[in-house]
Write a protein that binds this ligand. Structure first.
Ligand code: OAD
Length: 245
């Protein structure tokens, strides 16, 4: 199975990768739905909706500040690094992530399409200005803009649309790839999960890397069962021979 997947990967000239929280699990960032997952402990409607933020911005920010501290302590692992090698080896490549933690960029990935925003950005509800703020912990909760307005995390909450442009770029990459590699996502949150059947409808092969089954596993070309930190380095060799013409 791994040999076959390696061969497909080597042969593909255009590739898209879709990642979810599972790729960051071995870095120490909690997932959402698995054992120890955030949505097992907390209710998304209390913390990750525009209504929750309107009701209690302090509570929402305390939770995001705690997550930012966890993420700040995390380091990208060999799986993230393998994706950097893959990007360098492929003429056409897009890394689409549902993660807001920034670990792909910290590992060195360049072409990252962030479907659910970025936990290290803040956006003003009054003036609309968006900027990076990497301070941990935040000195003031809830944080305020220079204009006096309330700042919110630059992430996508339930019920909100995806960042302008990101979805179009993701769809475009998936429609035009020969191979889609799906890593560490439960594939139950849409529209992101819809990229998997889209790739198949457009004729791409799909390989999944996940220790657990997902709703798509049975329909995919190959399901590699195991943690991303082990499977990806085995799938994407160190020597620069991944590329073909
Ligand atoms: P989930 O928590 O739903 O799923 C994590 C997936 O990672 C599961 O399928 C696990 O089996 C798998 N997994 C666990 N450890 C792994 C490892 N070491 N290597 C590879 N896979 C592993 O996370 P997402 O699918 O990313 O959205 O969740 C999608 C969205 O739901 C998130 O972006 C977030 C959440 O609500 C928003 O906040 C908008």
């Amino acid at each position: 199975m791994l040999d076959q997947a390696r061969q497909w990967l080597r042969a593909a000239r255009s590739m898209a990768v879709l990642t979810g929280a599972g790729i960051s699990a071995e870095s120490g960032v909690p997932t959402f739905r698995g054992p120890g997952g955030l949505w097992r402990q907390y209710r998304p409607e209390d913390l990750a909706t525009p209504e929750a933020f309107r009701r209690n911005p302090r509570l929402v920010w305390e939770w995001y500040d705690w997550r930012r501290q966890r993420i700040a302590q995390a380091r990208p692992h060999a799986g993230h690094e393998a994706l950097v090698r893959l990007e360098r080896a492929k003429p056409r490549f897009a890394l689409i992530t549902q993660n807001v933690d920034g670990l792909h960029e910290r590992a060195g990935s360049q072409r990252v399409i962030k479907l659910h925003g970025d936990i290290w950005t803040v956006r003003c509800l009054a003036c609309g200005r968006e900027r990076r703020d990497e301070r941990v912990p935040l000195p003031e909760i809830p944080p305020r803009c220079e204009c006096g307005g309330l700042l919110r995390p630059g992430v996508v909450w339930f019920g909100e649309s995806l960042p302008p442009g990101a979805w179009e770029q993701a769809e475009d990459a998936v429609r035009n790839c020969e191979l889609l590699l799906v890593i560490g996502t439960s594939a139950v949150v849409y529209p992101a999960a819809g990229l998997i059947p889209l790739a198949q409808a457009c004729g791409a092969r799909v390989i999944e890397v996940n220790p657990e089954e997902t709703p798509f596993s049975a329909r995919l070309d190959c399901s590699l069962r195991g943690p991303a930190g082990q499977i990806l380095p085995a799938l994407i060799p160190l020597e620069p021979n991944v590329q073909t013409g």
